[in-house]
Design a protein around this ligand. Structure first.
Ligand code: LLP
Length: 413
């Protein structure tokens, strides 16, 4: 873990966060390149000699420097849009190591993905299979496909990030999957490659993954009996990280449990959060302190538009002072942003000693932090910095006010 104190100042690898603030300003996302590499390698190494591909889920953090870091060490990528595909290519990733997920791929996205040669489409419905077939036909190509099945298992996570239940929009029922596989197998323009499944995100137990895998393997058997062979199993992402005091999944044990069940079939995984989540922090400054008889508010310069998870999922991010020596007003603080919404908070009820001007770190913000940010309240999106040892690099410039309305036009009468 690359975020720790030295001389009571929080560091990112070997760089003091205070130095980063002096150079780049606040608020700021800071990533540790070493942590990102180590996290991906932990998955990769857990497979040993078993055929596998660890496809980082780009949606978690799609900064080009993050993608490039992973491409250089051999990662594949899980993409869900043409935008993510182009990011991967721009960052030096290989199309033939990309799996294309998502419930609503457009004809244009499918065409582009076929042209550049993605490894596989994860198909989420009968109509999507038809669309992929017709685009492939128009290009006189064969589209590699997996069907994403919905195993109807409870991932035991937040309902907004649970995807493997019948009530969720994702995947197709196991019972319907056989028909789709037959259709694909009979098509000149489709090539059956694998079977796909993703049950949710921030899972803290292995058992739902294994329950889903059992259902997947039953289907593989049924398909085999019909002469349809499955070359890979894509078992999705979803491994949880520690935000607070959650128990987490031992990656080696999780991977080994899967390998034991699948025989020789290649396994693809799509981890996002577990690669970048703990490898990033969001730094914000205390602008004002405001206390009334009921509450102590620290008004910070970061807001829900920069880090949406607390407002959206009531998610917890640990808050650490950048300077451990800070000696201000001790209270149980709510950290609230400048946005005109009561839901604009990044943390609630945190025992901290604060003064105006202090810097605070929201930990574990590397996943679904910047990628879910917006310009709400016409706030420019913040800068992103990647640290490697003693080096630090600006990997995304802070947006300017000009950027906010550059693409807008006034109607001239
Ligand atoms: N594969 C598919 C098909 C997915 O839908 C997702 C995440 C992943 C892989 C990566 O899952 P991970 O390893 O990151 O858990 N914004 C939410 C998380 C949404 C997850 C959406 N799908 C959050 O901030 O918690």
């Amino acid at each position: 873990m690359s975020f720790s104190y030295k001389n009571q100042i929080l560091q990112a690898e070997s760089v003091a966060i205070t130095d980063l603030m002096a150079t780049y300003g606040s608020p700021l996302y800071v990533y540790s390149q070493t942590d990102i590499e180590n996290n991906w390698r932990e998955f990769d190494a857990a497979f040993g000699s078993h055929p596998h591909l660890v496809c980082y889920a780009v949606k978690a953090n799609s900064n080009l420097a993050v993608l490039n870091t992973l491409a250089k060490i051999g990662a594949g990528f899980d993409i869900v849009s043409e935008g993510e595909l182009e990011r991967v290519l721009a960052a030096g990733g290989q199309a033939n190591r990309c799996v294309f997920s998502g419930v609503a791929k457009t004809a244009r996205e499918i065409k582009r993905a076929l042209e550049v040669g993605v490894r596989c489409f994860n198909v989420e419905s009968a109509s999507e299979l038809d669309r992929i077939e017709s685009v492939a036909q128009s290009l006189n190509m064969q589209a590699p496909i997996s069907i994403r099945i919905n195993p109807n298992v409870d991932a035991k996570t937040h309902p907004y990030i649970s995807t493997g239940l019948k009530e969720n929009k994702f995947g197709v029922d196991i019972d319907d999957a056989i028909n789709l596989y037959q259709q694909a197998n009979n098509s000149k323009y489709l090539s059956v490659q694998g079977l796909d499944c993703h049950i949710g995100s921030q899972l803290t137990e292995v058992s739902p993954f294994l329950d889903a895998l059992d259902k997947v393997l039953e289907l593989v058997d049924q398909l085999n009996q019909q002469g349809i062979s499955i070359a890979h199993l894509d078992l999705g992402g979803g491994v949880g990280i520690r935000y607070d005091d959650e128990q987490t999944i031992d990656i080696k044990a999780y991977v080994e449990a899967m390998i034991t069940k699948v025989g020789n079939i290649e396994i693809i995984l799509e981890p996002g959060r577990s690669i970048v989540g703990n490898a990033g922090v969001f730094i914000t400054k205390v602008e004002f302190l405001k206390q009334n008889s009921e509450h102590s508010f620290a008004i910070i310069d970061g807001a829900m538009n920069d880090l949406l998870r607390p407002s959206f999922y009531n998610a917890y991010h640990q808050v650490l002072p950048v300077d451990e020596n800070a000696n201000g007003i001790q209270a149980s603080w709510d950290l609230v942003g400048p946005i005109c919404e009561t839901g604009d908070f990044l943390a609630k009820g945190r025992e901290l000693s604060l003064s105006q001007g202090d810097y605070l770190a929201l930990m574990s913000a590397g996943a679904y932090g910047f990628t879910m940010s917006s310009n709400y309240n016409s706030r420019p999106r913040v800068a992103e910095v990647m640290v490697s040892g003693e080096q630090h690099h600006l990997v995304r410039e802070r947006e300017t006010i000009q950027d906010l309305f550059e693409k807008e036009n006034i109607i001239n009468d």
